[in-house]
Design a protein around this ligand. Sequence first.
Ligand code: MG
Ligand code: MG
Length: 255
Amino acid sequence: MVDLKTTAEIEQMRAAGRVVATALGAVKKHAAVGVSLLELDGVAREVLRSAGAASLFEGYQPGFADSPFSGVICTSVNDGVLHGLPSDERLADGDLLNVDCGASIEGWCADAATSFVVGTPRAEDLELIATTEQALAAGIAAAVPGARLGDIGAAISEVGQKAGVGTNLDFGGHGIGRRMHEDPHVPNAGRPGRGLKLRAGHVIAIEPWFWSGPGSVYVIDDDGWTLRSADHTRGAHAEHTVAITEEGPQILTLP
Ligand code: MG
Ligand code: MG
């Protein structure tokens, strides 16, 4: 069941999205060599608290997890790409950091992620981040009334394939509203013209994630959460919460 959100509900999600974007911005500003992942979690936590927003991540325990998540952000470093549990690990020069944040205000949810390099960047990491952001932009551009869900996945995977990055389809985007994860699943690959017909009022999180190498296999750390490439190639992740409207796609997770 994929429900439609009213204009007023979309505005409530935009309010939550503003907090998420502000938290991600604060984390990016604070991230530096020697700063720990738990300190970054504290920065995001303070943004959510002062805005009166609730974390969607803290206490979250989906079927694949043995324990509830303890952070308000996911912090995935280098070959970590998704679900990174904030720890006392300190950032080093050149680390590629993927940060994901979800929050709700009055029960309406928003979810976004961004990737960036701490300190001196490697050219290949900047390329990987640019590819991931291009894929996100292509996916968002395809999110218009009358298009199909497969158009979004096809747009994302076309960018990835051209860049020769590694993909894994076990995790992808999702509907979002009163809950962080609603129907439909929004895969990062698809066939144009296939799948659910998109309508004004659908709100989805679009979230490509890629590896710099061809690998598609991942391992999970002993913390039960942090997802890494099995071959240690680095990963990048980009996500926005997007409302499909008659005026075109609207990104709700902007500051
Ligand atoms: Mg997310
Ligand atoms: Mg998401």
